[in-house]
Design a protein around this ligand. Structure first.
Ligand code: SF4
Ligand code: SF4
Length: 81
C-alpha cells in the first residue's frame, strides 16, 4: 500500500543521513518507540530495544523530528548515533 504521507529524500544530504540509536543501559523496554517508528527500524532484543541503522531515516519523509526520541520516557535514550 502506498503511504501518501511519504516524502522521498530530496537531495544527497538527506540520503546521507545518520541514524538514531538507543542507549541500552537506559532503555526500560517499554516498547513505545517500536510502535511509533515509521520504518519499523526498532525491535526488541534481550529485554531492551534496538534500532536497525540500515532502516532508520531519522524519520525524514515522515515526521519533522525523531519519533522514538519524542515518545521515549527516558531522556537521552534515543539519540543520534
Ligand atoms: S528516528 Fe525515526 S526512523 Fe529512526 S528509529 Fe527513531 S522512529 Fe524509527
Ligand atoms: S521508548 Fe525508550 S525506554 Fe521505551 S523501549 Fe524505546 S528506547 Fe526503551
Amino acid at each position: 500500500m502506498v503511504n501518501r504521507w511519504f516524502r522521498p529524500p530530496e537531495n544527497q544530504e538527506e540520503w546521507d543521513h545518520m541514524s538514531y540509536k538507543i542507549v541500552a543501559d537506559q532503555c526500560t523496554g517499554c516498547g513505545a518507540c517500536e510502535y511509533e517508528c515509521p520504518n519499523k527500524a526498532i525491535s526488541e532484543s534481550g529485554g531492551v530495544f534496538v534500532i536497525d541503522a540500515g532502516k532508520c531515516t531519522e524519520c525524514k519523509g515522515f515526521f519533522d523530528s525523531a519519533q522514538c526520541a519524542a515518545v521515549c520516557p527516558v531522556d537521552g535514550t534515543c539519540i543520534p548515533a
